[in-house]
Design a protein around this ligand. Structure first.
Ligand SMILES: [Zn+2]
Length: 429
């Protein structure tokens, strides 16, 4: 464990720490042009900050976009040491800013995450997250250095060369998206790489939703222990939460820096432990760009039980999906991850899949699944059995096409699981 004094802090001390840090955050908020409009906090709010937080408004992605580029920055320009930006797939990017201290905190939480996965000082990390404005590459990089590892900044792409580096440089750890981990395994098969000759032992995977079934496939094919890392650039980047190798069940949210809530996405009211809702995060130590009750769009639930690793920070479930990724097919709501779980329960299917949405002549939406068969004899009945299980478990009628091995596109970064071929909806009046 990298920082046991923080990670295993007695719960009562952690609660007090959160109160103190929230109070400090409330005092600093007017320095942010966006939060200035809220006015100063009252004495009562400063007196019991955790209770006061629950009554404050949410901050949304749309507000971050409106504040582009610097409307959320709460420190003088010369104290901003780095800027990152989100990919901006749905409009303008959002810019995030870091002070020296923000970068130090970020390196600490990523070092904690790497240690939770099994990393130790002196190990090597093959970091295949993309470098650049995206927070994945540099985030893992600085955390690994903080822990005392040797970093191999492989970044994305050039998969065959990456396999050669994995063979020759002897890293114990791998960090990348789950879909790129599978891509590496596939290229290793093509190149005839014997897994027992590799030194890889653990993989830190994230930046896209994945399932337990996907974890089993990756662990089997790469001979590693795979853990889920969570983060988002708006809050800090990767390192907001991590699974521990002891349980591989739920991600510890580093609560000394990030205060989590789970709310009903429609009403905004708090969810009970175990109930799935939208993760809302408040930064407790961020200087350059503090955020209050930021709606992440990620659907999770809180795991109530203590963890046997000894960390006292609460755990959340792996991300079930995003609020805005839910598919509605003929009135049935479904998350892509639920489809993945069913597909991968068939051992004869490869872990490559896509949902294709289109619009039928009657104006209703249709969805079809494209999935690949594992190498071997063709099973003509397979598509029918898969469709039947999806219908039975999800109440959803989907066309299923089982393609020959190697047909579907491979991701070098985040996988594209949903292909939307529907005509754009007419603009609202
Ligand atoms: Zn744990």
């Amino acid at each position: 464990m990298f920082q046991p004094e923080w990670e295993c802090m007695p719960r009562a001390d952690l609660d007090r720490l959160q109160d103190n840090r929230l109070r400090h955050l409330f005092e600093r908020l007017p320095a942010s042009p966006f939060y200035q409009a809220w006015g100063p906090m009252s004495a009562a709010q400063l007196d019991s900050p955790r209770a006061a937080l629950a009554d404050l408004p949410f901050t949304t992605k749309a507000q971050l976009r409106d504040a582009y580029p610097f409307g959320m920055v709460a420190v003088p320009r010369e104290e901003v040491r780095r800027l990152h930006a989100s990919s901006g797939t749905r409009g303008k990017p959002t810019v995030v800013a870091y002070t020296d201290q923000d970068l130090a905190v970020w390196a600490d939480v990523v070092a904690r995450a790497l240690a939770a996965a099994g990393a130790e000082p002196g190990h090597r990390l093959h970091n295949a997250y993309g470098y650049g404005l995206f927070t994945g590459g540099l985030g893992l990089h600085q955390g690994a250095e903080r822990l005392g590892m040797t970093v191999i900044p492989a970044s994305g792409g050039a998969t065959r060369r990456q396999v050669t580096l994995l063979q020759d440089l002897g890293p114990e750890g791998l960090s990348c998206t789950p879909s790129f981990a599978l891509r590496l395994a596939e290229i290793m098969d093509e190149m005839g790489v014997d897994r027992s000759q590799l030194s890889l032992r653990y993989a830190i995977l994230g930046a896209e939703p994945w399932t337990e079934a996907m974890r089993s496939r990756i662990e089997e094919r790469l001979h590693v222990t795979a853990v889920d890392i969570y983060g988002l650039s708006e809050i800090v980047g990767p390192g907001v939460a991590i699974e521990c190798r002891e349980e591989q069940h739920g991600l510890h949210v580093f609560e000394d820096h990030f205060y989590p809530e789970v709310v009903d996405p429609a009403s905004g009211s708090p969810c009970a432990p175990g109930e799935v809702g939208e993760l809302v995060l408040t930064t407790l130590s961020k200087e350059a760009m503090p955020l209050v009750r930021y709606r992440t769009g990620d659907l999770v639930s809180v795991i109530g039980e203590p963890c046997r690793c000894g960390r006292t920070h609460r755990r959340m479930s792996r991300v079930r999906g995003r609020v805005d990724d839910m598919l509605i097919v003929r009135g049935v709501n479904v998350f892509p991850s639920e489809i993945e779980r069913i597909l991968l329960s068939f051992q004869s299917l490869a872990p490559e899949w896509q949902v294709v949405l289109s619009r039928a002549a009657d104006g209703l939406d249709v969805a079809a699944v494209r999935v690949e068969q594992q190498p071997g004899p063709v099973d003509a009945q397979l598509a029918g059995r898969v469709a039947a299980r999806i219908r039975a478990e999800l109440g959803l009628t989907l066309g299923v096409v089982v393609e020959p091995p190697g047909t579907l596109p491979r991701a070098e970064g985040k996988a594209v699981r949903v292909v939307d071929q529907r005509p754009p909806s007419p603009a609202a009046p």
